[in-house]
Ligand binder design. Structure first.
Ligand code: M6R
Length: 612
């Protein structure tokens, strides 16, 4: 979604700002801009489109190139289309304040009307411009920049991560956050503000994570933090856990492909130190503090969005199957608004790669306010969801740059498996069965490698059908969420319409869609209902559908029914999603490439959805 970069130091700000914006490109955006104080004025360059367009625009504004302080932004349109006027930074009408903003100012309309009644004028349709004018209005009466930002933030409802400049105080940046992440990187006599660590990591690993309702006031080479009620705060300097190499393409054509191929390693990293084979125990340091409560938990609710929600559905199966504890999965966006019933003994598990998804965060808060034990399965270390949970388990998947989530998904499922085994063993699972599962889980990375080896064959199959506009993905049991995930992957990056369904549901309506040549992907590994899936395949074949099956290695019989087969190694049913999803990720990737789509920056999508 939107991205913020700010710089104050001894180097040319423009280089650092533009490089930072490029590192944030993966989050999704449709316009970009930069502002710096030059010759006693706030000078901006902004435009719709890519960062390359902005660089051309910057070449026409040499004054910005000389500044050692500035702010920059990539905008993902919410209020108003992606035009130059709506792009950030937004100047107040008197040219004294410039601001970049992530989030949504929900009460921007009444604030705008109030400001208009004071004679303020607006050049854009955005909610963000209202905030720059509001700060300017308070600055005009107090003459105190920091105080003006503080006062304005008290008037605002909604979410914000902001970085603000004042024409009259050219050596100062003020930043603040509520519900939208903001980090300050601390370099050698310089500070880099960003909404995402990837814009900072090239310059320093030392960062301070701002908390909600907190401001950073950076003057030259000094920074202080205060709450928006003006209470000084002390923030520890933390270390960014990943390096620049991890966010490089490393010879792959796209981050998505790189991340698909990283999965053997990301799952190994996720499992590392957590499977104690000698004692037949799963050890998860992040939940030790709530271990007793966890064992007494009578109901688990997974809450998440998108791909993470699919991982939650698999978690539901795992918890019920391996730990025999009731579990359900809720869309975070629905859960938060439907006054959910949280009884004693309920734990809510928020699943999120970014740890910043607005709906998931709000659902977590709702559950916690209602007395649930709040747990997180999160990838981004130090993210808001990770901080707001009572306990949790990190994925250790490394940074995921591709908008289409791949390695985070498999690590989410791996963590859920470990949690289910942890609980199952404490309740009833025998040591023997536990050991068998742990060994099977430890073997998954190697098995994924054998699936990845089919990448070229998958491309050949996809090339036969990549022009078809409607696809179905069908699976049962553990593989039903995998069908949903396969369909989501395909639609989000190749813009093909795809639907995922439990296979047996097809005959209750969707079968009407089947026609000659329509691709139908069956996730059909060895399982208790395999014969029933074969019957479903027959039904599709009878209507001329083009059947692609994901089947267990060694199953030659299925070739009689399917036009193409992708094989996965055998493993316990509970672990199948970790393998069966891999060919579907490759299928979606190859379809997108064949259709000429921008795999890592699909249209209209953002990596981290920080607005409702
Ligand atoms: O960062 P999160 O895991 O909370 O993100 C949730 C969804 O927005 C995300 O999984 C989205 O569906 C991806 N584009 C899927 O590939």
């Amino acid at each position: 979604m939107c991205g913020i970069v700010g710089y104050i130091g001894h180097r040319k700000a423009q280089d650092i700002l533009v490089e930072g914006l490029k590192r944030l490109e993966y989050r999704g955006y449709d316009s970009a801009g930069v502002c710096a104080v030059a010759d006693g004025a706030l000078v901006t360059a902004k435009c719709p489109g890519r960062i390359a367009n902005l660089e051309e625009r910057l070449a026409e504004v040499p004054a910005i190139g000389q500044a050692t302080l500035g702010i920059a932004h990539t905008r993902w349109a919410t209020h108003g289309s992606p035009t130059e006027a709506n792009a950030h930074p937004h100047l107040s009408d008197d040219g004294r304040i410039a601001l970049v903003h992530n989030g949504i100012i929900e009460n921007y309309l009444p604030l705008k009307q109030w400001l208009q009644s004071k004679g303020r004028t607006f050049a854009s349709q955005t909610d963000s411009e209202v905030l720059s004018n509001l700060i300017a209005e308070f600055y005009a009466s107090s003459g105190d920049f920091v105080e003006a930002v503080r006062t304005a933030l008290h008037e605002v409802t909604g979410t914000y991560g902001i970085a603000v400049l004042c024409r009259d105080e050219p050596d100062r940046i003020v930043a603040a956050r509520r519900g939208s992440p903001l980090i300050v990187g601390i370099g050698q006599d310089e500070y880099i503000i960003a909404s995402d660590a990837s814009a900072i990591v090239a310059h320093t690993a030392n960062v301070v994570y701002l908390h909600d309702n907190e401001m950073a006031v950076i003057d030259g080479d000094q920074m202080r933090t205060i709450t928006i009620d003006n209470v000084p705060t002390t923030r520890e300097v933390e270390l960014i856990e990943y390096s620049l190499e991890e966010i490089a393409l490393d010879g792959f054509d796209h981050f998505m492909l790189k991340e698909i191929f990283e999965q053997p390693q990301s799952i190994r990293d996720c499992l590392r130190g957590r499977l104690n084979m000698r004692e037949s125990r799963v050890q998860l340091g992040g939940i030790e503090s709530v271990a007793r409560e966890l064992v007494k938990t009578r109901r688990f609710i997974f809450t998440a969005c998108g791909t993470a929600w699919h991982a939650g559905l698999i978690g539901e199966f795992l918890f019920e199957d391996l730990a025999r504890i009731p579990a359900e999965t809720e869309y975070a966006s629905e859960f938060r608004y439907r006054n959910p019933i949280i009884e004693d003994g309920t734990a809510v598990i928020a699943i999120s790669q970014s740890g910043e998804t607005a709906d998931t965060l709000a659902a977590l808060r709702e559950a916690r306010d209602k007395g649930a034990l709040a747990l997180g399965i999160v990838n981004a270390v130090g993210s808001t969801i990770a901080r707001e949970t009572d306990a949790g388990v990190y994925l250790h998947a490394g940074p995921e740059i591709g908008v289409a989530s791949t390695k985070a998904f498999t690590c989410q499922v791996a963590v859920e498996t470990m949690l289910a085994l942890y609980l199952g063993r404490r309740k009833f699972m025998s040591q023997e069965i536990m050991t068998r599962f742990m060994e099977a889980l430890a073997a998954i990375p190697g098995q994924i490698e054998t699936v990845l080896a089919q990448s070229d064959m998958i491309r050949d199959v996809v090339s036969r059908v990549a022009d078809r506009e409607n696809w179905l993905f069908l699976g049962r049991g553990y593989n039903y969420p995998v069908a949903l995930e396969g369909a989501l992957k395909l639609k989000e990056i190749s813009y093909i319409h795809a639907e995922g369904l439990p296979a047996a549901e097809m005959k209750h309506g969707p079968i009407a869609l089947i026609h000659k040549g329509m691709p139908v992907v069956f996730i059909a590994p060895r399982c208790g209902v395999y014969d029933k899936i074969i019957s479903n395949i027959e039904e599709v074949r009878a209507r001329g559908g083009y059947v692609i099956a994901v089947a267990t290695e060694g199953n030659k019989e299925i070739r009689r029914y399917a036009d193409a087969v992708f094989y996965v190694p055998d493993c316990p049913q509970a672990l199948q999603p970790l393998l069966t999803v891999i060919p579907l990720q490759l299928l979606a990737y190859q379809a997108a490439v064949l259709r000429g789509c921008n795999v890592d920056k699909p249209r209209n999508l953002a990596k981290s959805v920080t607005v409702e």
